[in-house]
Design a protein around this ligand. Sequence first.
Ligand code: NAP
Length: 317
Amino acid sequence: MSGKKYQIVQLASMGQEIDAALAERYRVLFLDGHEDVQGQLAAAPHASVAITSVRKGITRQTMAALPGLRAVCSWGVGYETLDMQWAREHGIVASNTPRVLDDCVADLAWALLLTAARRTHVGDRYVKGGQWRSIGAFPLSTRVWGKRLGIVGLGRIGLAIAERGRGFGMQVRYHNRRPRPQTDYGFEPSLAALAEWADFLVLACPGGPQTRHLVDAQVLRALGPQGILVNIARGSVVDEAALVQALERGELGGAGLDVLANEPSVPAPLMQMDRVALMPHVGSATHETRADMSRLVHDNAVSFLETGRLLTPIGDD
Ligand code: NAP
């Protein structure tokens, strides 16, 4: 296809299969891994689609350097790293990859909740380290079934987490800015009151400035010394210094964290605590779901280039 104008600028790889499918159909300026991405953009003044990911994001400088840009197709459901305000002001639409990842992220939230409560991560070490034989019985842990589950952000993923809670015989309540119609889960307008009520508080809201440090020292104290915090949202939602302090002082029972404020850095005290279970930001990271996400980015780009419409535009639900 050399000689034709670039139609797509690809800032993030979508995996070999999808990259190849895009390159077969369109002329793609592939810049993932390029040392000077910004310097290459002048080669694609007519590209109307940019492909990126929530990790790489897209800046206003990048968008401004692509005068033909009309759509950004992003991999991942969060979009705090896309400059949406600038995009909107310049008539650029954007898509993300919602729904296809809800169940895997909910599964991981539950894995962390169960791990933090039943201490499976510690038990595994106990058995493999020979302490079962040398010391004997493992310390008691915390019951999960029948307890109270509080969800911060009852959206697509939050709802999938709540549904799993029913299977564990739990009472479920939630906090959003607005009550969610068509659910019978109880709405709690005060986050501190939800934390006070809950045994487990699971965070599933978006990141970004609006939710920064939503979970602060007061909310952690309200969750209390038997309470467990699970975060699959974004590290920025939790005041991490307050979290470390609450755990160190015994004001919070435990935590299961897939996301941290300065990934991949982990506050040193969290590394030492058996009451904390950590995962390296892998909510959606199964072979099947990652393939579905890349396919959805591909389908959004194709749909936009063929019909002028995105399949899963951000802000459309
Ligand atoms: P969604 O359907 O848009 O749901 C977000 C929910 O959060 C909505 O119910 C929203 O309700 C609520 N919310 C928004 N701002 C809030 C605030 N300031 N205070 C309280 N509640 C607020 O999004 P989703 O698809 O479920 O995804 C949620 C988030 O999960 C993503 O944005 C991303 O950060 C995170 N995520 C993490 C992973 C991972 O690997 N760990 C993977 C995928 C997604 P209101 O609008 O009524 O407030």
